[in-house]
Design a protein around this ligand. Structure first.
Ligand SMILES: [Zn+2]
Length: 280
């Protein structure tokens, strides 16, 4: 990125199920390719799908990319390329990017939540990420809305991720169709008027709304930005029931008006946020 604009991009799936060495070589290769596309690179920013101890620049325990556990990835990359490097949680970064360049422009008090394979989030106040003591503030995906609910990969029960992540949506689809349906197919079916699919999204939306109500009661934000591939695909099928449920559950009357919007940046929001964070 240069002056808030993306000048080059590469997209490639992460080999998350291999081992640390293969994954690192893969990361190095794509960083090299990107470096060649720019000049005078002043920094490398990296978003991680999992909790990051920002102060110590260390990945903690990502439930979906287990091989990165405890890796000091920032340090490794900085040593390899001799370029200033920072790592940060991708939900935090998406929220920062949306605040500076996307749906949260001109807002000072922003909460982001991203729905994809996993569910992440972030808190940005006065254009700065709130990290908390060990870097894990805003881990919305593992906020439990039902302690007898679905079992989560983190060991807890009823986490938002178990309803709003790709796996969670497939589980919900099973309750309606007796088979697991991908979120993509489920919103295609709903758009064609399949009433059970519409109902399934309503159910998913209610879970999102219950989580968002907790977030509003806790932070009283100006705006909540919902991002990630699932939200982008399902759009209003998900957002309308979510807003309705959220407003029903919020305590304070004035906070019921909190706006909830879809993210404006695309799947690169985390990467864009990482580059923006380097400038702060
Ligand atoms: Zn969990």
């Amino acid at each position: 990125m240069n002056n808030g604009k993306v000048i080059a991009r590469i997209q490639h799936p992460t080999q998350s199920k291999t081992n640390k060495k293969i994954l690192l070589e893969q990361i190095f290769k794509y960083i090299e390719k990107l470096i060649k596309k720019g000049k005078n690179i002043s920094g490398i920013g990296i978003g991680i799908a999992g909790p990051v101890d920002f102060e110590n620049q260390k990945i903690l325990n990502p439930p979906n990319v287990v091989i990165l556990k405890n890796l000091e990835l920032g340090k490794i990359i900085e040593e390899k390329f001799k370029i200033k490097t920072i790592i940060e949680n991708d939900g935090h970064l998406m929220t920062l990017a949306e605040t500076i360049l996307g749906a949260g422009k001109n807002k000072n008090n922003v909460i982001g939540i991203t729905l994809g394979t996993g569910v992440g989030g972030g808190i940005v106040m006065n254009k700065k990420i709130i990290h908390g003591k060990t870097g894990t503030a805003g881990e919305m995906g593992h906020m439990s809305i039902d302690r007898h609910g679905r079992k989560c990969s983190c060991g807890s029960r009823g986490c938002l991720e178990t309803y709003l992540g790709e796996g969670g949506i497939r589980k919900t689809s099973y309750e309606f169709f007796n088979k697991r349906i991908r979120s993509y197919d489920l919103h295609q079916m709903a758009r064609k008027g399949n009433s059970k699919a519409i109902q399934a999204w309503k159910e998913v939306g209610k879970h999102l709304g219950a989580g968002l109500a907790n977030v509003v009661d806790m932070f009283n934000p100006e705006i909540i930005i919902v991002g990630g591939g699932i939200a982008r695909g399902a759009g209003e099928l998900l957002m309308n029931p979510a807003k309705k449920e959220m407003r029903k559950n919020i305590l304070s009357k004035s906070a019921k008006k909190t706006s909830v919007v879809l993210a404006k940046l695309n799947e690169y929001a985390g990467a864009v946020g990482a580059a923006l964070l380097l400038n702060q």
